[in-house]
Ligand binder design. Sequence first.
Ligand code: ZN
Length: 266
Amino acid sequence: MKRRNFIKTSTLAGAGMAFGNFTFPTSKSHILSLSFDDGFKKSFYRIAEIHEHYGLKACLNVIATGHFKSFHTEPKWIPQKLLGDFDDWNALKVRGHEIMPHTWEHLNLTEIPVDKAKENIDKCLAYFETHLEGYSAANAVYNFAYNASTTELEDYALEKVRAVRTGGWLVLKDTLVNPIPVAAIAARLGCWGHGPDFCDDYVEQEVNKFLKSDGGWLILNLHGLDEEGWGPIRSEYLDNLLKRLIKADYLEVLPTGEVLNRVRKK
Ligand SMILES: [Zn+2]
């Protein structure tokens, strides 16, 4: 039986229903997070605007040093001149969007000495502490660059933040989805993405597959809109996608930190 039917006919569908020792954070069976990385100024304002149009909050992850003129990692996919700064991120946060740490300087932390990798995590988180208003490490999701991590680096970050987001292939077993959290535990969130070309078709396919499934929490990792970033999504497509998704009564579109915070607040 498809989850959709289950939700409509089951008495378990009440919001915040207690079940054993757990409290379900949502009455919905499906949660989707569209987790945008890197911090393209033009794209991120537009992503926020599109989400706002449908009463949604965007999930935006930015590079701590992206606004420094010296930032030079991945010039083809993350050209420095396209990146915003913390005035932009604070402005978007005030509008209700989620701004989370992505990386210090966008290195693949599995390819550098582990001490330097840990130092990069520390520098990134320290920068967020001092430059992002209302930032709280206890509520933060650290989003590994390239979705590349090791268990040691995940553990290290989890000493400081609420959750880490990394490759779904690293932390999810035989499934594409994360469990919808039912307890306030530190989390290793797995995500999926597609590039370097436009990812509209990929997103459409994955979302449709997800909507027909029994549910869970799907996190898709995206970057910029239109011509910006690795594996961009067309703004028109994003608009159309959200317009359709808000009509699904068994689905919520939420930023990752908010999904976790719902459990904390119980
Ligand atoms: Zn990135």
